[in-house]
Design a protein around this ligand. Structure first.
Ligand code: AMP
Length: 128
């Protein structure tokens, strides 16, 4: 079910529960700003999610409310995760779904990293 990208943060969302250690994840990276783990339903040979440690609903919420240090730290982490996954040479795709039209499902901001095979043109499979 898609969720709105604005409004009050729901602390019961699945990524909040992962951050609190209430449910497990296949962690690939963690620092003070970000946690990265494998997507439970991978859409590419490598499909990793990077999430900020603090509670932001969406990209809109994160870019409006987070500090400069959080924003810089988070996006540096996205690049570092992709590098550590060995994706820099062949390339990869990042994606952040925001709100209803993008079909955001989890109301905690996250960036998808897809890689491990040629991914085709942008949105080639998403638009019917
Ligand atoms: P989005 O549509 O951008 O909100 O994507 C949410 C992503 O979270 C989907 O790709 C799901 O497969 C993934 N996901 C949902 N629950 C979990 C979980 N417990 N661990 C890892 N990934 C998850």
């Amino acid at each position: 079910m898609p969720v709105p990208g604005l409004g009050a943060y729901d602390p019961t969302n699945i990524f909040a529960r992962i951050l609190r250690g209430e449910i497990p994840c296949k962690k690939v990276f963690e620092n003070e700003h970000a946690l990265a783990f494998h997507d439970i339903n991978p859409q590419a040979p490598i499909h990793v999610l990077v999430i900020p440690k603090s509670p932001y609903i969406s990209l809109a919420d994160f870019t409006a409310q987070a500090s400069q240090a959080e924003i810089a730290g988070f996006f540096r982490a996205v690049g570092q995760v992709a590098k550590e996954l060995g994706l820099d040479e062949a390339g990869y795709r990042t994606l952040a779904n925001m709100g209803l039209h993008a079909h955001q499902e989890v109301p905690h901001f996250h960036v998808h990293i897809f890689g491990g095979r040629p991914l085709g043109p942008l949105l080639s499979r998403a638009i019917g």
